[in-house]
Design a protein around this ligand. Structure first.
Ligand code: CIR
Length: 252
């Protein structure tokens, strides 16, 4: 993870709201997420903020990691291109000698928020941020490692993972009316109503589902599967078009 920039108020947003981001409150919400991940049994490493890049807390966009393999992205938003190198260096350190880390070069653009891994498949959103060359780069790198890569058209929202996330290696959570569930092939697709789409971005780790607060249908769907639920207030993160998965890269 990475701490919230002092400049977070200037984050890139699709639809600016009248209400400014409260950076202090964003930091408290971020800290609560760190606490939730630790309580789920994870070891959390937090890189220092990168104030030159308002969106730098959204580390998910900077690298795709599966086991010892990592593809460093080239984000679609110009203002975010300078975020990747420090993430790449940290991942190289964390993966150690066993790791294989490669970069992405122009003209390809990839945002990690478009890349959803479920077992040996990467579902890659073809969006305003992730272009055709970007999808090809994911296929080139991970295809050679035995992964399937499935392209999913993304229209009307930022990233594929804004509306879909992994529950386990057999199931995904998906907001109704966003992308065609058929893209997920044989996986079980657990749908949630469109008005709860924000919480379709959940982090499920070691029997715990961390979700946004205030989305009862998402909560019930995950509870029914026997998951322990932690709800978090995310108002300031959401104002920057961010959600839970964006704030971390899960290794391992
Ligand atoms: C952006 O527009 O790039 C940021 N304000 C939000 C990025 C959210 N990241 C994600 O969904 N993975």
């Amino acid at each position: 993870m990475r701490g919230i920039s002092a400049t977070f108020r200037d984050a890139v947003v699709m639809h600016p709201t009248a209400e400014a981001i409260d950076v202090e409150r964003a930091r408290l919400q971020h800290a609560a997420y760190v606490h939730a991940l630790r309580s789920a049994g994870l070891v959390v490493e937090i890189m220092p903020p990168l104030d030159a890049h308002p969106d730098a807390c959204f580390v998910e966009d900077c690298a795709l990691v599966a086991g010892a393999h990592a593809l460093v992205t080239r984000p679609g938003a110009l203002s975010r291109r300078g975020e990747t190198e420090s993430v790449a260096e940290r991942i190289v350190d964390l993966l150690g000698d066993t790791g294989r880390v490669e970069r992405t070069y122009a003209p390809a653009t990839i945002d990690g928020g478009d890349c959803l891994r479920v077992g040996k498949t990467w579902f890659v959103g073809r969006s305003a941020r992730t272009n055709d060359e970007g999808v090809r780069r994911v296929r080139e790198f991970f295809g050679a490692l035995g992964f399937a890569v499935v392209e999913v058209p993304v229209e009307g929202f930022l990233h594929l993972k804004c509306v879909a996330s992994r529950i386990d290696d057999g199931a995904v959570l998906l907001a109704e009316g966003t992308v065609d569930p058929a893209h997920f092939g044989n996986l079980e697709v657990v749908t949630v109503p469109r008005d709860e789409a924000y919480a379709a971005n959940a982090v499920v780790v070691q029997g715990t589902a961390i979700i946004a607060k205030g989305f009862p249908r998402v909560r019930a769907a995950l509870e029914q599967r026997g998951l322990r639920i932690i709800e978090l207030a995310l108002s300031e993160i959401a104002k920057a078009d961010g959600s839970l998965t964006c704030l971390s890269i899960v290794l391992g």
